[in-house]
Design a protein around this ligand. Structure first.
Ligand SMILES: *Cc1c(COP(=O)(O)O)cnc(C)c1O
Length: 384
């Protein structure tokens, strides 16, 4: 059997794969098993921040793998400590909990908000408000947090205590807060899976305000928007707010599984011994990869992310299509069905994503200008 047949036979059919088997990658290019070359505008869904098999990243990973690959969280390790220091120093947060995925980073955020509320206001203040069209993960709690009914069907009962507000509706949010006992509010500043919808700055600031007024934990899910994707290290930095909790994953370790939940001063001491844990969380190889990734994301790097995002936006808008998103997290409203556009791009050697009815682009943050221009040519041709 070949790759596709073996996969189809033995792997649970939870993913509808494209008819492509990728066998190797280098930077923003990858090749399938027939030798066909693609420009990658997906980064493995916002994961490979520096593209495929980046040499600096690969060396950081290989070096740590040869030194020490895992110890358990019973012992101190250098990469884990160093990464936590970098994350806190660059965000103004106080503490970090490491896990292995976005869903787990959000699970930790929910536990934090509930424990804070139980300690300060009473255990009946357990509700978490999220937004319609949000996406926060696939575990039963993060599915409950995901404000899309389609994901909930047939998996009920989900974790109780989630309420949904309409994005950018400040009055609606205030009403929900006043009528319920609320522990935390969790938002994506740019909804990724929900269709690359950026929230308005007014709304994001109103979320912060309503949280402060009511002693509610303000949480931002930066799983997709974080780690340079939007042209700032974390997307909340565009909005003039300071969350109590930031969850992140995807791009953090540049292609290895790692989640992080960052805690501001208000919640830094909420979790104590035994309240939470993870066998693999803070794994030295993943942490060394993340140290390498974040160390390269200086101001100059982040501004070239913003510039490349602006380049895509202006070219696509010039061609007559509406663009949403921030930095290198881009949504394009298509006239044809998005699946048709995706297939056309793939045929012509460009891998893209979709999010709801939009074409979604999440290219490697260091994609060379020339490859980016070529990919945009192909995308515009496919959109027409
Ligand atoms: C991908 C994503 C998640 C889930 O991350 P996993 O690593 O798949 O668990 C959560 N929140 C957002 C905003 C995401 O984009």
């Amino acid at each position: 059997m070949n790759i596709k047949q073996t996969d189809e036979r033995y792997i649970a059919h939870t993913y509808q794969r494209f008819d492509v088997a990728i066998v190797k990658g280098k930077g923003s290019l990858c090749w399938d098993d027939s030798g066909k070359e693609y420009i990658d505008m997906t980064s493995g869904i916002g994961v490979n921040a520096f593209g495929y098999s980046d040499p600096v990243w690969a060396q950081a990973v290989a070096q740590q793998a040869e030194l020490l690959q895992h110890t358990s969280n019973l012992y101190y390790t250098a990469p884990c400590a160093e990464l936590a220091e970098i994350l806190c120093t660059r965000t103004g947060m106080e503490k970090v909990f490491f896990s292995n995925s976005g869903a787990e980073a959000n699970e930790c955020a929910v536990k934090l908000a509930r424990k804070y509320a139980a300690d300060h206001k009473g255990a009946e203040y357990y509700n978490i408000i999220t937004l319609n069209k949000s996406f926060h993960g696939r575990t039963l709690t993060t599915l409950a947090a995901t404000g899309q009914d389609a994901f909930h069907e047939k998996f009920t009962p989900l974790t109780e205590g989630f309420l949904y507000a309409e994005p950018n509706d400040i009055a609606g949010l205030e009403k929900l807060v006043s009528e319920n006992k609320v522990a935390g509010i969790l938002i994506e500043t740019v909804q990724g899976e929900g269709g690359v919808n950026a929230l308005t700055p007014d709304f994001v600031q109103a979320v912060e305000h309503v949280c402060h007024e009511n002693d509610i934990i303000f949480m931002v899910d930066e799983v997709q928007t974080g780690n340079g994707r939007t042209g700032k290290l974390y997307s909340y930095m565009h909005f003039g707010v300071q969350p109590d909790v930031v969850s992140t994953a995807k791009g953090l370790a540049g292609g290895l599984p790692m989640g992080a939940t960052l805690m501001g001063g208000k919640v830094a001491d909420v979790l104590s011994y035994g309240d939470h844990g993870s066998t693999f969380g803070g794994n030295p190889v993943c942490a060394a990869a993340a140290v390498s990734v974040l160390s390269r994301m200086d101001d100059a790097f982040l501004s070239q992310v913003a510039e490349k995002g602006a380049y895509i936006r202006s070219r696509v808008e010039e061609a007559g299509f509406a663009v949403s998103g921030l930095g290198l997290m881009i949504g394009i409203k298509t006239e044809k069905p998005v699946s048709e556009v995706l297939m056309k791009c793939m045929e012509n050697g460009v891998l893209c994503l979709s999010a709801k009815e939009k074409l979604r682009l999440l290219p490697p943050l260091n994609i060379p200008t020339e490859q980016l221009a070529k990919a945009v040519d192909v995308i515009i041709e496919a959109l027409k």
